[in-house]
Design a protein around this ligand. Structure first.
Ligand code: Z57
Length: 832
């Protein structure tokens, strides 16, 4: 029967076994078998989740086949391996992505259909693993996809949080948080490796002693030992056999857990200690670009980094290699400073466990690590109170002191005693309390340091890492971020994918530069029509979701103006609100004016402890309530706050965007990646010259980009001359009206105090220069409106925009990392 499946995979339908075959009938058989043998169910009583699981396990079998082949290949041939260390991986749902990468989406859809199932409906059932906050965690996920697609041997290491990023709900306009119990229905995508575990020490003290040869030795006697257990998730590349490993660590009480000896049989404290151990990987800290300085967070960082480094050393030694060659086997990428403790930990492992001398240990360590910085916000640079640090990691404090002593000696000579520079470079900060500077540890311990967009990398060298750049210019590089076109186009926007592939073939999915071939079609009226039709359908689908979730009617013919990202003052969601109120006032004064109907869509989470960010959400919703229900407006502008922004929702929002809002204060957004996803999906950007916006504009052409606002240099200048927001306020009647209106309680049932904290900061001490950019933003939005009136021209701009996004594939980013930092090569994997 399978002879007619026509799946085009080149697999013989007759020889397929139900464990690995890719044909429709084989998949059908696998799904039916799994329902019975894995879920213990039959169709009459199977639930939606049972079917989801049955399909997931069918897909997993096919992943495992490739995963085992990849591991075999890597072991036999002893390749150099990338270890990506990240405290966050914001993966998004697995099922549909794996179907695409396996090349069996259509076949599975058909198999489901023949079983009376709707694949899309089952895909919607998946609870996404939200093991990250925002851009940084999502970047790690895109990079795992590209590493596998480029067939690069790589392991991603991180933490298996039992609770990921909180779920956001909106009540009375305010954000409320709910826990993310993502594992409640089980996780078919991971495999627990019970046998793969490491003991991790915390607290206590360090004994020194002389060994028989008279060498000074260190013995760390911990107060607490925790076991880290590996949970592996295969990450399959797109239409290749490479399946890499994402290895996440779960904390548990150690097996040698001996409550006889140290708890004297005290059951309660034994249970208590077990809870303390399990707490370490319990929950993701929900801050993006904001540090918390909590003991448990430091424990999390050390926990996963120590597990990972011990694991790498184990892999290396089991291959019969020498510890001295560790840096030749592994290159370890630090995703921000969260895993930077690895520098001290590798020193400890090499010296205290593997008996190397300092010089050799340091030589290996400083050839192993490379560091990616993701922020220019000085307040986001991670530091740890020294006392707290010493109480969690006493041995590492000693090591950091010694690393620093040697470094300061070197720097003193190099810098001829320039004390200010030396103290800025020191790993230890002095103030009312001493603290450890993690960025400095990362810079010193790494052979390469990179920013995540061209502008960001330049600003790093001029500002936050200036002294490091002057001392070690050879370490500094740029690696502009990218996003995976598999998830962000093929999966999120199959309609546009088909339209594109129909014209230029499918090569662009692996080589995004090929999108360039679309350019000529920007002038083809028929293609424009089809392009806009896809956009319209995606807008209709989103409108339907908005209606269902929020009860708000939005018109898919209106311009969808989209601002979705974490809520933060520097990202300036409140600047967008000032624009909306300005527009509202214009219409109120002249209700018959000719206005382009717009739907303003916001989404994003605020860190639970970030009061102003939460207030921004309340402001958006309050303005929405007035605007959406004002008869003078008559539905011409609508404001929507779509709750619980996550990967799943992002996949629905990006394809429906006409306008992409990228309005951070110049010099504040390191790169941005949502800007890339939106632009790839044909949205036109309204943006400042910040982060990767600069490069996006260069690629799409300035005539296809709505630029506004001060440049990073101008921002610095305005600040140095003393920014006076009050002047802008008093000199701009429209701006004044908007602020006064918010303060009058117009949007808050006449309660004039609700938003005071926000408006006060805008009026008196705004770090983010909203008022300085206000008029420029308003003027630019008027141009957006004009442009949208000419739908034919808009279609042309939109097509060109997509056609010119080739640079922003994470495949390009990863290739650059491979060639210029990691020095690793592709290793094709064959199935036997
Ligand atoms: C985070 O998501 C980012 C930077 C950080 O320092 C932390 Br902590 C979390 C983001 C940047 O804000 C984005 O501009 C950037 O695109 C992203 O990291 C990935 O590089």
């Amino acid at each position: 029967a399978d002879a007619t499946n026509g799946n085009g995979n080149g697999h013989s339908p007759y020889l397929e076994d139900s464990r690995t075959g890719l044909g429709v009938d084989t998949l059908k058989r696998a799904i039916r078998n799994n329902l019975f043998y894995v879920q213990g169910k039959f169709p009459e009583i199977a639930t939606r989740n049972d079917y989801y699981m049955a399909i997931a396990y069918a897909v997993r079998d096919r992943l495992l086949q490739r995963w085992v082949a990849s591991v075999k290949q890597y072991i036999q041939e002893k390749h150099r391996v990338v270890a990506y260390l990240s405290a966050e991986y914001l993966l998004g749902p697995h099922l549909a992505n794996n179907l695409i990468n396996l090349g069996i989406y259509k076949e599975t859809e058909q198999a489901c259909k023949e079983l009376g199932l709707d694949l899309e409906w089952l895909i919607e059932k998946e609870v996404e693993p939200g093991l990250g906050n925002g851009g940084l965690g999502r970047l790690a996920a895109c990079y795992m996809d590209s590493l596998a697609t480029l067939e690069v041997p790589a392991i991603g290491y991180g933490i298996r949080y039992q609770f990921g990023i909180f779920e956001q709900d909106i009540r009375d306009g305010w954000q409320v948080e709910d826990t993310d119990n993502w594992l409640r229905r089980g996780n078919p995508w991971e495999i627990a490796r019970r046998e793969l575990s490491y003991d991790i020490k915390f607290g206590g003290y360090v004994q020194t002693y002389l060994d028989r040869a008279g060498k000074l030795c260190f013995n760390w006697i911990p107060e607490l030992v925790v076991k880290g257990v590996a949970y592996d998730t295969p990450i399959l590349g797109y239409k290749v056999n490479t399946a890499n490993t994402l290895r996440l660590w779960k904390s548990e009480a150690p097996h040698s857990f001996d409550f006889q000896s140290f708890n004297a049989g005290d059951y309660n404290s034994a249970v208590n200690s077990k809870i303390i151990c399990e707490n370490i990987s319990k929950v993701l800290y929900p801050n993006d670009e904001q540090i918390e300085g909590k003991r448990l967070r430091l424990q999390q960082q050390y926990f996963f980094v120590s597990c990972s480094l011990q694991d790498m050393i184990g892999i290396h030694l089991r291959q019969g290699e020498k510890i001295h060659d560790f840096h030749k086997k592994f290159v370890v990428q630090l995703n921000d400073t969260h895993p930077a403790i690895g520098v001290a930990e590798l020193m400890r492992l090499l010296m205290d466990v593997h008996q190397l001398e300092w010089e050799e240990a340091w030589d290996i360590t400083s050839k192993t690590f490379a560091y990616t910085n993701h922020t220019l916000l000085p307040e986001a640079l991670e530091t740890w109170d020294l006392q707290l640090f010493g109480s969690v990691l006493p041995r590492h404090l000693q090591l950091i002191y010694e690393i620093n002593r040697r470094f300061v000696d070197y720097a003193t000579i190099k810098l001829y005693g320039n004390h200010q520079k030396i103290s800025s470079l020191s790993l230890i900060g002095e103030g009312p309390r001493k603290y450890i500077k993690m960025a400095n540890l990362a810079c010193l311990g790494s052979f390469a340091i990179n920013g995540v967009a061209a502008l960001h990398s330049e600003l790093l060298k001029k500002t936050v890492l200036k002294d490091w750049y002057e001392l070690m210019p050879h370490k500094f590089q740029n690696k502009t971020n990218g996003v995976t076109p598999r998830r962000w186009m093929v999966l999120a926007n199959p309609e546009l994918t088909n339209l594109i592939s129909g014209k230029i073939g499918e090569g662009w999915i692996k080589n995004l530069h090929e999108l360039k071939q679309l350019e000529p079609f920007a002038d083809d009226p028929e293609f424009r029509k089809e392009w806009m039709q896809v956009k319209f359908n995606k807008k209709k689908a989103l409108a339907k979701r908005i209606k269902k979730r929020l009860g708000v009617d939005v018109d898919p013919n209106s311009m969808f103006d989209i601002l979705v990202k974490r809520i933060h003052e520097y990202k300036r969601q409140h600047l967008k609100v000032l624009h909306i109120i300005t527009l509202y006032n214009q219409i109120k004064k002249n209700p018959s004016m000719d206005v382009v109907p717009r739907t303003f869509i916001f989404a994003g989470k605020a860190a639970p402890g970030y009061r102003k960010a939460k207030l921004m959400i309340k402001l958006i919703n309050s303005v929405g309530e007035i605007v959406n229900n004002d008869p003078d407006i008559n539905g011409r502008i609508k404001v929507v706050f779509y709750p619980n922004y996550n990967v799943t929702n992002a996949q629905k929002i990006y394809p429906a965007a006409d306008v992409s809002e990228q309005i951070s204060t110049a010099g504040k957004e390191a790169s941005g990646t949502g800007n890339m996803k939106l632009s790839l999906n044909g949205a036109l950007t309204v943006g400042t010259l910040d982060g990767a916006n600069v490069e996006i504009r260069e690629c799409v052409g300035e005539e296809n980009f709505f630029l506004f606002g001060l440049t990073a240099d101008e921002v610095a200048k305005v600040k140095s001359e003393g920014y006076k927001p009050w002047d802008y306020y008093s000199e701009n009647p429209n701006l004044k009206e908007v602020i006064d209106q918010i303060n009058s309680g117009y949007f808050s049932h006449l309660d004039s105090k609700v938003f005071k904290e926000l408006t006060d900061s805008l009026l008196y001490d705004d770090q983010y220069l909203l008022f300085a950019d206000y008029q420029s933003y308003i003027d630019t939005q008027a141009k957006v409106e004009e442009a949208f009136k000419d739908q034919d021209k808009w279609a042309r701009m939109s097509i060109l925009n997509t056609a010119r996004m080739g640079k922003f594939s994470s495949d390009r980013s990863i290739r650059e990392y491979c060639d210029e930092i990691w020095k690793v090569e592709s290793v094709p994997v064959t199935l036997d």
